[in-house]
Design a protein around this ligand. Structure first.
Ligand SMILES: Cc1cc2nc3c(=O)[nH]c(=O)nc-3n(C[C@H](O)[C@H](O)[C@H](O)COP(=O)(O)OP(=O)(O)OC[C@H]3O[C@@H](n4cnc5c(N)ncnc54)[C@H](O)[C@@H]3O)c2cc1C
Length: 380
């Protein structure tokens, strides 16, 4: 046992969950000088942050809830400064590239629907640049595109990163700024007293006037202990990785991207299969077929790895951000686009937690919305 046995650790904030969301918030908190403790479950946990696709993606998001689009864009525009800050604090280059991104369409109907979705966003937000490209225009931009692709939408705001480097950069940067991480710590109970939250872990206690629930799929049970509602559930995505190939794709797309290391990542499946993070041949075959239809050169490229990982999905697909009305100082922060939103989590959520104003866009994202009938449609 370490010297910590029987100890009481007092800090400014406890963050529960050390995935992309908790660590981005912790980094923001530590940057502002807050004494921050991160408690994270350990290697047997479900961790979306270690199995994702790496897109910093704006395109099409929030067509039925413009505040989600605003929030997403507020993160995307902060991303380059954020990546530089991570580089300065950790020495890790997260390989951010934001050249804009393509969403391929395989039928005229898909293309029409796509146009209508992006037009809706442009009408609602004004400044929302996008282009619709037919097959010939697309081929001029992406010469290796396959004949099955009838066209695509393009927006200049999209990008991608190496998500594992991002997680490492966040951990290193947060710790460099003074945040302390405790792994192998499963939080089951939060004791609340006025102005104080107390987490007991074995003989140890962590005490702080603020607690942030960023425990991904662990949030529902923790939220109810502090007067919050966070009914997130798993949504499985399967992913394929190829061997390294010569650079052929300078842009991220929704289902295929070439990583900074030269491998090609394919995927965009969504399945509701409970807490099963396995893979299935049927879904992987469909992902591979779509990838080959998009870029026929992939037919000759070997696949070397496949996995399934669980997204953290709320019933309407939008994030949940709220301070507890009954236990002020307790916050929930959870979403299914933790790569895209990492900059906003560090730079805009953290100041709110430390007593600043809640960012304007966030009032619609309280978990309490699920206690009424007002549920929006599934977002992506
Ligand atoms: C296949 C796939 C593709 C994706 N692609 C993208 C993408 O391209 N772009 C994008 O923006 N997002 C993407 N995402 C989503 C993104 O990965 C997630 O939004 C993000 O990882 C969620 O981070 P998190 O910290 O909330 O959750 P997690 O990574 O699941 O971390 C939660 C942490 O909380 C800890 N925890 C849980 N319960 C407890 C407890 N009781 N006590 C202590 N600790 C606890 C766990 O140990 C875990 O480390 C994708 C996700 C998947 C699965």
């Amino acid at each position: 046992m370490s010297q910590d046995t029987h100890s009481v650790t007092q800090s400014d904030v406890i963050v529960i969950g050390g995935g992309l969301v908790g660590t981005a918030v912790a980094y923001g908190l530590a940057r502002s000088g807050a004494d921050t403790r991160v408690l994270d479950q350990g290697d047997n946990a479900f961790r979306a942050s270690r199995g994702n696709f790496g897109l910093v993606w704006v395109q099409g998001k929030g067509h039925d809830l413009p505040d989600y689009s605003r929030w997403t864009r507020s993160s995307a525009v902060r991303w380059s400064g954020f990546a530089e800050a991570l580089m300065a604090d950790s020495g890790v280059d997260v390989q951010l590239k934001q050249p804009g991104g393509f969403h391929m369409c395989f039928s005229d109907e898909e293309l029409r629907e796509r146009q209508s979705r992006l037009q809706t966003l442009q009408d609602a937000l004004g400044d929302y640049p996008f282009q619709m490209l037919d097959a010939a225009e697309l081929k001029a931009r992406l010469p290796l595109i396959g004949p099955a692709v009838v066209g695509a939408s393009y927006t200049p705001q999209d990008g991608h990163v190496n998500p594992l480097k991002l997680l490492r950069a966040l951990h290193t940067s947060a710790q460099g700024r003074g945040a302390r991480f405790h792994s192998g710590v499963q939080v089951d109970r939060i004791d609340c007293a006025p102005g104080e939250f107390r987490v007991r872990v074995g003989q140890r206690q962590f005490v702080a006037p603020r607690v942030v629930l960023a425990a991904g799929l662990g949030n529902p049970g923790l939220a109810q202990q502090v007067g919050l509602h966070a009914p997130v559930a798993p949504n499985r995505g399967q992913v394929l990785i190829s061997e390294r190939v010569k650079p052929f794709l300078d842009y991220p797309t929704i289902n295929v991207r070439q990583t900074d290391e030269g491998t090609v990542q394919l995927g965009d499946s969504m399945e509701e299969v409970g807490f099963d993070d396995g893979t299935s041949t049927q879904v992987l075959a469909a992902i591979a077929r779509r990838g080959v239809s998009t870029f026929p050169l992939l037919r000759d490229v070997r696949l070397i790895r496949a996995w399934g990982a669980l997204r953290v999905m709320s019933p309407d697909g939008f994030p949940i951000y709220q301070q507890s009305p009954t236990h002020p100082g307790a916050f929930v922060v959870t979403c299914h686009s933790g790569v895209t939103l990492a900059a906003a989590h560090a730079l805009r959520i953290a100041p709110w937690i430390m007593g600043g104003a809640m960012p304007d866009e966030l009032s619609v994202f309280a978990g309490d919305r699920f206690l009424t009938d007002k549920v929006f449609s599934h977002a992506h």
